[in-house]
Ligand binder design. Sequence first.
Ligand code: ATP
Ligand code: ZN
Length: 302
Amino acid sequence: MDMQTSFLDRLFDSGLLIETGVDGLYGRSGTFEDVIAAFERLIDRFGGADGAEAIRFPPGMNRAYFEKSGYMKSFPQLAGTVHSFCGCELDHVSLIKAMDEGQDWTGEQKATDIVLTPAACYPLYPTIAKRGRLKQKGGLYDLQSYCFRHEPSNDPARQQLFRMREYVCMGTQQDVTDFRQLWMDRGVKMMAEVELPVEIDVANDPFFGRAGKMMVNNQRDQNLKFELLIPITSVAKPTACMSFNYHQDSFGVKWGLELHDGAVAHTACVGFGLERIALALFHHHGLDPKLWPATVRKALWG
Ligand code: ATP
Ligand code: ZN
């Protein structure tokens, strides 16, 4: 049995994750959620004084915004759309018949105005652009959302529905690159407090297809993305538990985000993979948080 499957089985056996029959789609126990809540309080302890505006979107976003974001150009393989039955009574009869006969019943399902949120910050940019120019000090936002990615796997650290906590900064190039560096330093300090081994490395997103290869090279050459990695199911290939992205002015141009003086805003976001961090804690300190080192418990629960 590989390390991913055995860790997943141990998580199921302990009840921390609950099987649903679909790889990457799990229930969570109260204990699992308590660890995530405690870690989010640690995030607040580090970032709370910055005065970010907290916004919570549901895990679905406006399809028109999603289309404009260009997500389907870069990551069509990961996207999830929400479809519903929009037919008449006759269509309903065929649907039920197809279901009863074990046939495909989804053909008549039509795309709704909602798609599943692929990253917590996606709904933010159009929302802020609609408000008009940013204030003199720019913009700083605190987000958290369940996100969907179609990447079924038996690695418990690669789920299809998982939570991302993000801070997003909008400002000048200097503002947003300082913000990103600040959070890289904070990320390392936070993980040291909860006694997790980390490394930071330059990274790239899984851009689709042959055209995507160029985007991968560009992202890496320009150091646009860094990840904080922690070994969970593999020491050789540690898992990205935080990511630090500098978008240059690409979202500013796309969404019309303007600084107070009308210049195009640069943006950056830092994301915490909350399930991955909880799994890293369970992997390194054991499946029962009551037995974790007192120092780690103190950092999380005070
Ligand atoms: P990976 O390289 O492992 O696929 P990613 O680069 O696609 O991750 P981001 O798009 O940067 O990840 O997402 C922000 C954060 O969300 C990641 O740093 C990670 O902690 C978390 N995350 C991403 N994909 C998943 C997933 N499938 N399951 C759980 N957490 C995830
Ligand atoms: Zn983001």
